[in-house]
Write a protein that binds this ligand. Structure first.
Ligand code: SF4
Length: 331
């Protein structure tokens, strides 16, 4: 084991300065994924910078009707918040479908976005893995790959992003506030996570030293009809094989606006803009939803063990859109 130092950041500026001065430093807050990784030596930081006492623990209403979720707000606090439950029920449902109550009590908004893949080869250091060490190879491609990606993968990595919350955020036009050595910047949520390409070691577009300070939710009225449908091997404390976040705004039978994103299928939350464009102006009915599902899965490239995900995702899209068209609720 490599020794590391522990420091407690006194401010966002202090945290960023410390992390910018040391490429091997890591931030720690809830630690619900990081501590697991430290235990099996996946991460061997030179220092842990504890940000858990910084002032980023509030959910604030914005003048435009949206919300600002501080990066250190716990997943439980977001899911229990009255404004979130009323205006963004899709987000509350996605969060409550993930992990366990104990983990949600400790896990934070920022940490949820940064959790790493649950690919078993990644966690088992007896195997090579391009995400741990670029150039080593990807045993999942020719190995056991039932839970892996069917969209957007590369010959370097076929892992999927495990976050439920992120799939909902992809439909909400959310923005990630970050502070780094160059100052503040905002990253549109759909550009926050990356596809693996030839840099599978990078999950996000955060730069060295950058710290997430908040997630901004603009007003999205159709989010009230949002549905989060999660399909998994057991009904609690399991990651999605496939999940769908969907929200529809109807005028009569016609679709005025729609959001559609998939989880469990790619290295990032997979928002299907093409399927959304197809749906707008169409009649909300089963055949339309089936066509949208075909569009969303066009280009899917299953591996040896996960062809089932293609059909599962199509059915899930149809079901989520159908429920959302009826006003939303629990899928
Ligand atoms: Fe590693 Fe990605 Fe391959 Fe899994 S899928 S073994 S994380 S390179």
């Amino acid at each position: 084991m490599k020794n590391f130092t522990y420091t407690r950041a006194s401010s966002v500026k202090d945290a960023v300065q410390r992390a910018s001065a040391d490429r091997d430093a890591l931030f720690i807050a809830g630690g619900t994924n990081l501590v697991d990784r430290l235990k099996v030596f996946l991460d061997e930081p030179s220092q842990l910078i504890d940000i858990s006492r910084l002032e980023m623990k509030r959910i604030e209403k914005l003048a435009n009707g949206g919300l600002r979720l501080g990066a250190l707000v716990t997943n439980t606090a977001v899911a229990d918040n009255a404004d979130v439950r009323r205006d963004y029920p899709i987000l509350a449902r996605a969060i409550l479908s993930g992990a366990s109550q104990q983990i949600r009590n400790a896990a934070t908004v920022g940490g949820n976005l940064l959790q790493r893949t649950r690919c078993p080869y990644y966690y088992d250091t007896a195997f090579p893995c391009n995400k741990r060490q670029p150039g080593q190879g990807c045993p999942a491609i020719s190995g056991i790959n039932r839970i892996h990606a069917i969209l957007g993968a590369s010959d370097q990595c076929v892992a999927v992003n495990p976050s439920d919350m992120s799939v909902a955020l992809a439909t909400l036009d959310a923005v990630v506030d970050v502070v780094g050595p160059q100052g503040k910047r905002q990253i549109p949520f759909t550009e926050f996570h990356r596809l693996p390409g030839n840099t599978p070691q990078r999950d996000t577009n955060l730069e060295v030293g950058e710290l997430i300070t908040a997630v901004i939710l603009p007003p999205v009225p159709l989010a009230k009809s949002g549905v989060y449908l999660k399909l998994r091997d057991r009904t609690s404390y399991a990651f999605a094989l496939v999940s769908v976040a969907a929200a529809i705004d109807l005028k009569g039978e016609r679709i005025q606006d729609v959001r559609l994103a998939l989880g469990g299928v790619a290295h990032k939350p997979w928002r299907s803009i093409e399927a959304e464009k197809f749906l707008i102006g169409k009649t909300a009915e089963s055949t339309t939803f089936q066509q949208a599902a075909e569009i969303a899965l066009k280009g899917a490239t299953p591996l040896s063990d996960n062809a089932y995900k293609v059909d599962l995702a199509k059915r899930a899209i149809r079901r989520a859109l159908t429920i959302s068209a009826k006003g939303g609720g629990v899928a």
